[in-house]
Design a protein around this ligand. Sequence first.
Ligand code: PLP
Length: 198
Amino acid sequence: MVTKRIYLSSPTIHGEEEKYVKEAFDTNWVAPLGPNVDNFEKEAAKYVGVKYATALSAGTAALHLAIKLAGVKQGDIVFCSDLTFSATVNPVSYEKGVQVFIDSERETWNMDPRCLEKAFEKYPNVKAVIAVNLYGTPAKLDEIRAICDKYKVVLIEDAAESFGATYKGRQTGTFGQYNAISFHGDKLYTRYYWAKSA
Ligand SMILES: Cc1ncc(COP(=O)(O)O)c(C=O)c1O
């Protein structure tokens, strides 16, 4: 019988984090945003090498915003990775779009560029593509981006799990027109940080 509950990602706040949490309370910048969030956005953008980053409540919210910015409306087709966490594809439903799942390839377990190309031949009206980097492993992002550019379709990169991972020397979270990173406590980066500071 299991008696001890094991939490997936219970927070631990100490050292540097504790200092910044206290500072946020001391300076009354708990809400709405404030200097900590401003710096967080700047540092995240600088780290991956993009011009701008916007902090939202979660990676799911970032993907939802990307879907809205891509103009996905009721009935629009969005090509999605077929092996992923549900948050990659849920925002398509929030806007009443239609997911068409693209098969994965062996090497990365992510979206197969050959299947993506075939799907574009089959479906002429596609609004966006959402490609995930599952378990921190980048998809074949240059090939995927080239296909999206060829068909003039927006690429959304779901880099929720791959912050810090590079593809051909370039940080993930930079290949799409819109890119989402997650700092949920169960992500590789956040866990690593906790483990390091514990
Ligand atoms: C692949 C993938 N996409 C999106 C998300 C959503 O991120 P969040 O939990 O920050 O909403 C997650 C993680 O939860 C994820 O693993």
